[in-house]
Ligand binder design. Sequence first.
Ligand SMILES: [Zn+2]
Length: 262
Amino acid sequence: MNLSISWFDSHCHFDMLDQEAGPLAEQAIQAGVGLMLTIGTKDESNRKILPLIASQPALHGALGIHPHEAAQAREADFQFIYEAAQNQTKVVAIGECGFDFYYRHADSKSQVQVFYRQVEIALELGLPLVIHARDAESQVQGFLKDFQGSGLRGVFHSFTGTVGLAEKILQKGYLLSFNGICTFPKGENVREVLKITPLNQILLETDAPFLAPKPHRGRMNYPAYLPLVGRFVANFLRITETQLKNACWENSLRLFNRIKPI
Ligand SMILES: [Zn+2]
């Protein structure tokens, strides 16, 4: 792959979109999005991701069990993640995994067990984590403490927690990934977090099909909309789009270091 610097969509779900991966990836590339990471949420989606990333050069994948799905996770699901991540170089991260005590689709015991099981896999394979954490301040603090000094790396995606928690996450070297929420009038708390995030710890994402940025809010989101998030974030931070694009590109490739674009 020989790619010049472009927007990097660090979090989207191709298996949930309403069109074929080929045309969607092509639209994104045309819009200036050179690389995309499609994120697994459960066994069924992890199994769909492997053929998608094998057929699309611009797509890489993360495999994991989302906290919403934690109560249904079986040992075989972790085996699948481990083996695929070990053998397929286009699997570049473990996730989406973490905690969600806002929706509480799964009990807290399963959420903690399933998340920590995936942390073990990430540590064993030397892969970064893609973390979803919502309304889980004390659990995140516990996690940061438990794995301090372990060499664990990762990104907290679509972070909606407090500035205080964001500071602790950033101090430990994790990255934060920002999406269309930044563009929403009610995204004030996320913009406060964005303000204190060093440029070398920012990633951008669409989280497509969710969280379409303005002016597409309320409709299906696509990776091709990432430049809209980029433009908003660059204006908000008072830097140029090129500066932001370069930083996010570098940050993404440093974190997802299995990707070798040149
Ligand atoms: Zn997601």
